[in-house]
Design a protein around this ligand. Sequence first.
Ligand code: CA
Length: 351
Amino acid sequence: MAAVEQQSVRSKGRWKAPGWLRCVWLVAVLVSSVSTDQTEEYLKREHSLSKPYQGVGSSASSLWDLSGNVLVTPQYVRLTPDQQSKQGAIWNRLPCYLRDWELQVHFKIHGQGKKNLNGDGFAIWYTKERMQQGPVFGSKDNFFGLGIFVDTYPNEEKQHEVSKKRYTPGNQRVFPYVSAMVSNGSLTYDHSRDGRPTELGGCTAMVRNLNHDTFLVIRYVKRRLTVMLDIDGKQEWRDCLDVPGVRLPRGYYFGSSAVTGDLSDNHDVISLKLYQITVERSPAEEKMDKEVFIPSVDNMKLPGVDDSSEGMSGFAIFLIVFFSLLGLVFAGVILLIVYSKWQERSRKRFY
Ligand SMILES: [Ca+2]
């Protein structure tokens, strides 16, 4: 059992080799010490949540805190019931200091509402803040860190229907929709637009009212953020989004939250399994991989702290260049005056 749990579900759905072939493969792996991209995975129990959730929310030694209308049963953690205006969250008590990790989320969204008459969805968080209620799927806006959203209600599409506005081609999408956002504390999630202005990427994911298990995996390895889904009951991961150059500080908290409004759903988390990924880095990669203090994404301008410091340095360079040029002109003028005076004097001496 423990051995099974030590393996990441990343390998799920792959072809299973017969025993003898696996032995040969194992020997081959042991013999060959040369590997370009060797990765290993370990389940980190302190950041994981699984059935039967012993002591969660009730014991002082629990690794998880509950907030809002969350309900813990032996089978699932219900973030919200299928009722209007509910909000619930579950947060890990321990900050995570891993550099490379993978979070596997086993979840279930189900309710009485017909398609697009349900809401609002749930979020998975890796943020500086924890246990703070707010408008982003029941959690705080202007957060520091990463949010992965499983959005089940098309707010923008519904507004367009009401106002009969035309769509920009390519902007219309099918819901439920999974998206990612990284914020440095200054970005606001635009609920009315389903987060379009701030999203890093996303995909459609038909995850409601399914009879089979649904999974989502968030991988963060060498600053590359990938989200994959296993929602078709085929035990296969399919790509959802892939963003390189995502800089997330260490020591943030994992959590999950959900919200219902006029429309509702049961948002259940069945398990959260965090795997440490051990990955080799070349000396050059190691040198590039400096400690991060403020979340950011390479080649993407986030307003706020990062941006203003960059803006300031640009302005400072401008000032330096400007005053240097001014100084040069001033020095030139003085030299010219001195030279003409000297010429005048030497002329007087000759006459
Ligand atoms: Ca929405």
